[in-house]
Design a protein around this ligand. Structure first.
Ligand SMILES: Nc1ncnc2c1ncn2[C@@H]1O[C@H](COP(=O)(O)OP(=O)(O)OP(=O)(O)O)[C@@H](O)[C@H]1O
Length: 633
């Protein structure tokens, strides 16, 4: 009953050390849920008013996680205590046998994990223990969980060999930055290598081969020949099967593919199915409409290999992310191209004509700092935007907020990223003058960085006009600007504010957005080096760079003026940014003033100082990106 649920939650709250100030809404005067609406912060309620999850993140919580109290919540399926201050051994979550997801990342949990915990949790789909101090071997029982599709263990001190995971389609898998050794189990060989980086003694696919015990050349030849023959046979069988399946189901039968809202979208309760990533790209696109037009992918660039919806549905798809906006897949077409397909849920603000017109407008944009829109698919129920897939790209968020210092960017690289981003946003303002916030969603996870060169590529720009307004207001960064929050206004300077926050994040590596500008202005200049600038930035910088950093800081603050009138405008901001000098590691100035048209993306020397930085994906930033995606079923 609701009374006993609230009693259980209140006794759970009592065992936290600092909850009374942090969870004021948790009180016996209201029920935790009124149908699906939660009255208590962080409580997730089903349509029937049952408590199916707790999402208590970023609250500085500490103390004991009282599993005994949570045990009394019969409908509890999901728990997230990410980004808090919990320490000590892992709580005995094995008592919560019905849980489907558990997120404990970015706390200070320590010690070995009893292998029996997971053997009692056969429904688990998502386990995120990243960035704690767990040690010992990775429990074998994790590998035996039949439904597990997300496992994040990065940034701990796990040792020894990895258990053997059976084949499955991972939504996310990461064991980077531990102390694992030995061979990566074969079923994981096709994952992104960054998922394994930072474990010195780990070997085998997708990393370097394990040192062999010197087999003779003829035996190598025989083994290779057998493997090649076996792989070719498998590939042929897969192609034949997928073609058969395609012709027999996809175009005729809309049920053949998962529908939006069921298998890979948010499910609030028990009803949800496991993610199925095999052919998830379009649901209604595949059914109902038989006319050629209905299956047409429209290209907005004429320099790419063309394909249509049936080709896309036949592509092998891998989910890159899934959030409130929709989902994002990597799709490798049989004909060769590899695309990123973004499937948007809330893109019904305009009709077909206007949508197409806007796509053409975005398709005409050409700038080295913009991820180019290549094509789109439109029908009433389904909107897909297709972009180039950037091999081994990371995001700026990952480099700024990851916990491992190995992938931190140096000053020159950061300055070049700022220059690239600023010229990109300024180009958008010039080319899309009818849009008030031409980017509208500028944040560090929407800045892709190319592998090795770290050239920035802006994503998710120019979408505000298409988004359902209510959703846009909740989700888009532009609507979180001070002028929107205070006066409900979006202005031409809204993107400047986001650029300013990005600059402050680049200099400080702080994740906060809301208070960042006021915190920065509260620090006195003589404390900049010690307290404000990211330590990793200052320690590696060449002599003389500090002055340039302070100048960039001033520009960032000028972009973050709460008063829109006093805030820099985009042109001023870009001019000032371009005047900043890069100081090489040898201490001399390089005046690389670049404009949006002369920005030279192929200058190898331009990026040479950062090319040695490891392209390592891990930890906080990734989990940050995954907050949207993963807290679901
Ligand atoms: N064109 C691309 N090439 C390579 N990787 C990409 C590309 N676009 C996105 N990604 C990767 O896929 C991940 C998921 O992308 P998505 O846009 O869904 O994430 P997000 O930025 O966290 O979400 P949102 O913008 O909705 O908050 C990104 O973090 C990025 O690592």
């Amino acid at each position: 009953s609701s009374d006993s649920d609230s009693d259980s939650l209140l006794s759970f709250k009592d065992s936290l050390q600092n909850s009374s100030s942090l969870l004021p809404s948790w009180s016996s005067s209201t029920a935790p849920c009124s149908a699906h609406k939660a009255n208590w912060e962080g409580v997730l309620c089903s349509q029937q008013g049952e408590i199916w999850g707790l999402k208590l993140e970023n609250m500085g919580l500490k103390g004991v996680i009282d599993v005994d109290s949570l045990k009394n919540l019969p409908d509890l399926r999901s728990l997230s205590f990410m980004n808090n201050d919990f320490d000590g051994p892992i709580p005995d979550i094995g008592q919560l046998g019905a849980l489907k997801s558990i997120y404990l990342s970015n706390n200070r949990f320590i010690g070995e994990i009893d292998t029996s915990i997971f053997s009692r949790m056969q429904s688990l789909k998502k386990v995120d223990l990243a960035n704690n101090q767990f040690m010992g071997v990775i429990p074998q029982t994790l590998a035996l969980l039949p439904k597990l599709i997300l496992l994040r263990l990065e940034g701990n001190q796990f040792q020894g060999q990895m258990p053997h995971f059976s084949n499955r389609t991972w939504v996310s898998f990461n064991v980077s930055n531990n102390q694992l050794d030995g061979q990566i189990p074969p079923g994981l060989g096709n994952l992104d290598p960054t998922s394994f980086y930072g474990n010195e003694d780990l070997c085998g696919l997708p990393l370097k081969p394990c040192p062999s015990s010197k087999p003779s050349i003829p035996s190598i030849v025989v083994v290779v020949a057998v493997v090649v023959i076996a792989l070719s046979a498998i590939v042929v069988v897969i192609i034949i099967l997928s073609r058969r399946k395609q012709t027999s189901t996809s175009v005729e039968d809309p049920r053949a593919l998962p529908k939006e809202g069921t298998s890979h979208d948010c499910c609030e309760d028990d009803q949800c199915e496991v993610y199925q990533c095999s052919s998830p790209i379009a649901s209604s696109a595949s059914g109902k409409k038989k006319g050629a037009d209905k299956l047409k992918v429209t290209f907005v660039r004429d320099d790419r290999v063309k394909f249509d919806m049936p080709d896309l549905l036949r592509a092998s798809a891998e989910m890159l992310g899934s959030g409130r906006f929709g989902s994002c897949y990597k799709a490798a077409l049989l004909s060769g191209p590899v695309m990123v397909v973004k499937r948007f849920k809330q893109m019904n603000n305009v009709g077909r004509e206007e949508f197409q017109q806007h796509m053409r407008r975005l398709g005409r944009l050409r700038h080295p700092s913009l991820l180019p829109l290549v094509a789109y698919y439109y029908n009433k129920e389904e909107k897909l935007l297709l972009f180039d897939y950037i091999q081994n790209a990371t995001t700026l968020a990952f480099h700024l907020h990851g916990t491992s210092a190995d992938h931190r960017l140096d000053w020159r690289t950061r300055l070049r990223i700022v220059k690239g981003v600023a010229t990109g946003v300024s180009y958008l303002q010039n080319e899309l003058p009818s849009l008030i916030a031409s980017h509208g969603h500028l944040k560090s996870s929407n800045v892709l960085l190319k592998a090795e060169t770290y050239e920035p590529l802006l994503c998710d720009y120019g979408l505000i006009p298409l988004m359902n307004q209510e959703d846009a207001q909740q989700l888009m960064v532009a609507y979180k600007s001070p002028e929107y929050l205070q006066h409900g206004r979006i202005t031409k300077k809204t993107d400047v504010w986001s650029l300013g926050i990005l600059i402050l994040q680049i200099l400080t590596a702080k994740e906060e957005v809301e208070d960042l500008a006021s915190w920065v202005s509260s620090v006195s200049p003589d404390q900049y080096q010690d307290e404000l600038f990211d330590r990793e930035l200052v320690s590696g910088a060449a002599r003389g760079s500090e002055d340039e950093m302070v100048k960039l800081l001033k520009i960032g603050m000028g972009c973050c003026h709460v008063d829109v009138e006093k805030r820099l405008d985009m042109r001023e901001a870009v001019e000032k940014i371009e005047e900043l000098k890069e100081i090489s590691t040898y201490g001399y100035h390089e005046t690389t003033t670049r404009t949006s048209t002369t920005h030279d993306i192929n200058d190898e020397d331009f990026y040479s100082s950062c090319a040695s930085e490891m392209d390592m994906r891990s930890s906080r930033a990734m989990s940050d990106e995954f907050i949207n995606i993963s807290f679901k079923s």
